[in-house]
Ligand binder design. Structure first.
Ligand code: PMP
Length: 372
């Protein structure tokens, strides 16, 4: 079976599994305990993983807070900033193509009296930076925008967005879930980004672990917000709960691999994407339309419209040989809000498939499409 649904989740890298196993068995200590060996080993393992993530993202290790993944990180930052800064303003800016963990959180805050502006996007799902500027008000406390679109792969102009938020002195949160390990960036170059969310299972780490980058200010203090989870004070009091050491070791190893293979991974994904484009266009000719842009995107993510074909049926029929999806795994029952936001009709959305690749496959594997 050819797995082309890597935007939904990825397979765990074998080295990640090997790194994790001891922490499910003999190295079972709680990193918050002290003095005895298994506790110290757990603490050191968490420290190493935190360093690996910091070097992948280009930040300080103390700016990484482990969470259960991007859903939690997105909730934590948006609700936490809204709560902490409510006396300074009640306005949040986001976009129409965010992940449900951002959109639903914003809707929840609207019910609580916050005002949310949902910025429209262009035909590839990109946010126009001028629109953000126009939407900023004296009451704006947070801008939350996705870095790379999970259905079309389009990258936002994060440099310009971050510069604008920096200049206006407004917190910027970005959901970077889909770009980790696939886009080369360094947070040092984006001083305007205050918060960034990520999930381990999108870059060959385990599920149920992710984190948030939280920028330190010039006084070396982490940007403040109200925690989502109160309790034992782990993660600098920001995210309580006993650390999932095995998962943290896994995401750390995945970050190390992503970091050292970044350029090769990007090249391979680009190659795979252009080969699949070639195969699909030669096989299906004018029966398909490629919805995604061809550059300035996450490599290896494609959105393809099969004219007149029902996407649910197509995914089902392909399932024995190819794993693909109709769009985001988080909203399979509803037609994609992302594709609707870029102006596609319901018929077009219902005929669209997403193919998302990983370096675990080779060009030749894609030739299976010729047999359809
Ligand atoms: N944001 C984006 C852009 C995503 O693609 C996903 C996963 N589909 C999430 C957030 C949520 O990640 P998780 O399910 O790991 O919490």
């Amino acid at each position: 079976m050819l797995y082309l649904d890597n935007s939904a989740t990825t397979q765990v890298h074998p080295d990640v599994k090997d790194a994790m196993l001891p922490y499910l068995m003999e190295e079972f200590g709680n990193p918050s305990s002290k003095y005895y060996t298994v506790a110290e080993n757990a603490k050191n393992a968490v420290k190493k993983a935190r360093n690996s993530l910091a070097s992948l993202l280009g930040c300080h290790q103390s700016e990484i807070i482990f969470t259960s993944g991007s859903t939690e990180s997105n909730n934590m930052i948006i609700k936490g900033v809204a709560d902490y800064y409510q006396n300074q303003g009640n306005h949040i800016i986001t976009s129409t193509v965010e992940h449900p963990s951002v959109l639903e959180t914003c809707k929840y805050l609207e019910e609580k009296g916050f005002e949310v502006t949902y910025i429209d996007v262009d035909k590839y799902g990109r946010i126009n930076v001028d629109e953000i500027e126009k939407s900023i008000k004296p009451s704006t406390i947070l801008v939350s925008l996705i870095w790379g679109n999970n259905e079309l792969g389009s990258l936002n102009n994060m440099e310009a967005i971050a510069d604008l938020c920096f200049e206006k002195n407004i917190f910027l949160h970005t959901d970077a879930t889909q770009v980790i390990g696939k886009v080369d960036f360094d947070l040092m170059d984006y001083p305007g980004i205050s918060f960034l969310s990520f999930s381990g299972h999108k870059f060959h780490g385990p599920k149920g672990i992710g984190g948030t980058f939280i920028r330190k200010d010039k006084y070396d203090i982490l940007t403040k917000f109200t925690p989502l989870l109160h309790g034992g004070g782990q993660e600098q009091g920001i995210r309580s709960g006993t650390l999932a050491v095995h998962n943290i070791v896994g995401i750390g190893r995945a970050a190390e691999i992503a970091n050292s293979n970044l350029a090769a991974n990007i090249n391979k994904l680009r190659e795979l994407e252009s080969y699949l484009t070639k195969i699909l266009t030669s096989k299906f000719k004018d029966q398909i339309v490629i919805n995604n842009d061809s550059d300035n995107k996450i490599p290896g993510v494609m959105s393809v419209l099969f004219i007149g074909i029902n996407n649910e049926l197509l995914v089902k029929n392909l399932a024995p040989i190819i794993a693909a999806s109709t769009g985001s795994a988080c909203s399979t029952s509803k037609p994609s809000h992302v594709l609707a936001a870029v102006g596609m009709s319901i018929e077009q959305i219902r005929s669209t498939l997403r193919f998302s690749m990983s370096s675990f496959i080779n060009k030749e594997d894609l030739e299976i499409f010729y047999q359809l």
